[in-house]
Write a protein that binds this ligand. Structure first.
Ligand code: FNR
Length: 375
């Protein structure tokens, strides 16, 4: 890292992967419906915009003369040490962006020591992804199937057997968001055949279907994704089903954070699903301090929504997050140039993060978390 940190003042280092360029370029190379699926939010996209606005309202109060000669932003979570406080958010359907999809993404993630959270809706199976990067840390994200809990329990078992470190249960998708641009484009990635990989050969899942054709599988997955009667009691079931830490993703109200704690959850991700679920929702960065206060250090709190640059990561950690997830930027990199594209996006973000942490006077995650902020 130190090399990159010094080189960026030599006028020769070429970093074309600014977020705005990457987004624009991805729009040029992707079919309209694929780009819209990735970029858009629900409704009139207020939540999407609240994520950026709430981050922009946070001002860092930097510290001076703290000796930042040796910056190490590794973070310990659930007994594992991760090289960066930055994770790849679970994003399904990555073949929408590139044929090598999650395999390209995870190779780039490994190169930069960035753990990846694999989505239930991945286009390679969770086992294929794990095999691609032996010894690289992975978490697995589940949409809890409350109608057939054995399906979710079996997926958690598969993830544990494949060497995943943790299970993320996404709780903000009891119904699928009203995504107007997808509705306008008449686009359903599932119907187009994406996102079947973890289900197709899953015995528990297939045992509930009355056919093995793709249409029947898609119908089964749709029922799996939307889980309107899901409630806190279901979380206890998955806690019992796996020895891995269970993290709930999609918490915005401190009272829900308290419920999560009371139901034995091991970690929380403050998130509004990148503005793709309920529109008009509080920006993630506005919700974060209230959750951090409620949890008061008892379990890790992670954050996502609108992270685009190093200073955004600094802000989230200064507000009390232990680590962040980044979503759309790596999907744009993937669309542009597969593994190399994801790698360039990460190189850009992480180099910026290291410069930003140093300038804030924070050589490690502990000092980043101790930074003050103002609105
Ligand atoms: C997502 N997200 C998501 N979340 C999840 O738990 N499971 C999933 O399968 C998906 N799939 C998905 C697809 C696409 C195209 C996007 C853009 C997002 C939400 C994701 O994990 C994360 O919460 C947000 O993307 C974070 O916001 P930013 O970084 O994209 O602003």
């Amino acid at each position: 890292k130190q090399d990159t940190l010094m080189k960026h003042i030599d006028g020769e280092t070429h970093f074309p992967y600014r977020f705005e360029n990457v987004e624009k370029k991805a729009q040029e190379v992707l079919p309209k419906e694929a780009f819209d699926y990735i970029q858009s939010g629900a409704g009139r996209e207020e939540t999407l915009s609240n994520n950026r606005t709430s981050l922009e309202q946070v001002k860092i109060v930097p510290r001076m003369l703290q000796n930042v000669g040796n910056i190490d932003l590794s973070v310990k979570l659930f007994g594992n040490t991760y090289k960066q406080p930055v994770f790849l958010a679970p994003i399904g359907m990555q073949k929408l962006a590139h044929p090598e999809a999650e395999l390209a993404t995870v190779r780039a993630a490994k190169k930069h020591g960035v753990p990846m959270i694999v989505s239930t809706a991945s286009t390679f199976s969770l086992e294929e992804i794990a095999k691609e990067v032996p010894d690289h840390p992975l978490w697995y994200q589940i949409y809890w199937n409350e109608r057939h809990p054995d399906v979710s329990i079996n997926m958690a078992v598969r993830a544990e057997q494949a060497g995943y470190d943790a299970i993320v249960v996404t709780v903000d998708t009891v119904l699928i968001g009203w995504r107007e641009r997808d509705l306008e484009n008449q686009f359903s990635p599932l119907k187009a055949g994406y996102g079947l990989a973890n289900f197709k050969n899953d015995e528990a899942f297939m045992s509930h279907l009355d056919g093995t054709d793709d249409d029947t599988i898609v119908r089964g997955i749709v029922e799996n994704f939307a889980h309107p009667t899901l409630n806190w009691k279901d979380i206890e079931k998955i806690k019992k089903a796996t020895g891995l830490p269970v993290i709930v993703k999609g918490i915005l109200d401190p009272e829900d954070a308290r419920f999560a704690l009371e139901h034995g959850v091991d970690g929380i991700i403050v998130s509004n699903h990148g503005g793709r679920q309920l529109d008009g929702v509080i920006g993630s960065a506005e919700a974060l301090p209230t959750i951090v206060e409620e949890i008061n250090g008892q379990i890790p709190v992670l954050f996502d929504g609108g992270i685009r640059r190093g200073a955004d990561v600094v802000k989230a950690l200064a507000l009390g997050a232990d680590a962040v997830l980044v979503g759309r930027p790596f999907m744009y990199g993937l669309a542009i140039d597969g593994e190399n594209g994801v790698s360039n996006v990460l190189e850009h973000l992480l180099s910026d993060l290291h410069v930003s942490a140093g300038l804030a006077g924070s050589p490690d995650v502990r000092t980043l978390k101790a930074l003050k902020t103002r609105k």
